[in-house]
Design a protein around this ligand. Structure first.
Ligand SMILES: CC(C)(COP(=O)(O)OP(=O)(O)OC[C@H]1O[C@@H](n2cnc3c(N)ncnc32)[C@H](O)[C@@H]1OP(=O)(O)O)[C@@H](O)C(=O)NCCC(=O)NCCS
Length: 196
């Protein structure tokens, strides 16, 4: 296990910064709050990657606190290394070393979509978790009505395993069918690149 990274004893995980092509996955900072607030005003993020509504800067700060202060969660701000701009978010949560599994969630800010940011971020985060914890399976759930997320899963090396009927109430208030995907530590890693 990487030094400084822990699950037991309730110590928050402090993930390493990860550089991949033109992206830097780094720890969240409180000065990300305004960019997070702007991204969370996007209809698709609210619908598919919500949870708690983020309406005010205080909501954004509370979200950042949740992302960074849990013992079983590793979360990164996905940024443009050259400009520092916040492009998205990737979080591996429910990291359970005894069970040996975890779950991943993500969003990309609207101006950065369609370039491979989410797939690259998910792949990079999963590789770090596989290398850092005794986890050999990471699960990914998305609404069947959100095909872009399924495309991210496929590109990031996940295999679709099941359709879960009316499994989760999303931000639109509707219980949607979900698709369950998983990537195993020894699945072939994808080859990805960021489009400009
Ligand atoms: C889903 C989301 C994360 C994708 O982010 P991204 O950075 O654009 O992802 P990528 O560029 O890595 O891949 C997106 C893929 O989906 C494809 N796609 C986009 N819209 C699509 C649609 N309506 N149907 C099918 N595929 C679609 C893109 O063409 C691309 O595939 P390609 O590289 O083969 O062309 C982003 O749209 C988003 O934040 N959505 C709202 C939040 C969300 O859904 N989060 C996931 C919750 S499980």
């Amino acid at each position: 296990m990487t030094s400084g990274v822990a699950i037991s004893g309730g110590v928050p995980i402090e993930p390493d910064d990860l550089d991949v092509g033109p992206l830097r996955l780094r720890r969240w900072r409180t000065d990300d709050a305004d960019a997070v607030l702007a991204a969370q005003s996007d209809r698709d993020i609210r619908a598919w990657a919500g949870g708690h509504a983020v309406i005010t800067r205080e909501d954004a700060l509370a979200l950042l606190h949740r992302l960074t202060n849990q013992a079983n969660r590793a979360s990164w701000a996905v940024t443009d290394t050259a400009t520092g701009e916040l492009l998205g978010s990737v979080t591996v949560h429910s990291i359970a070393p005894v069970r040996g599994d975890a779950k991943v969630g993500y969003w990309t800010a609207p101006p950065a979509r369609g370039r491979g940011v989410a797939a690259t971020a998910v792949d990079t985060a999963c590789r770090w978790v596989f290398a850092t914890f005794p986890v050999d399976r990471i699960e990914l759930f998305h609404a069947a009505a959100n095909p872009a997320s399924g495309r991210v899963a496929a590109k990031a090396g996940f295999t679709c395993e099941a359709r879960l009927r009316r499994a989760y109430r999303y931000g639109d208030g509707v219980k949607h069918d979900e698709l369950l995907w998983a990537r195993l530590a020894d699945d072939p890693p994808p080859r990805l690149s960021i489009r400009s």
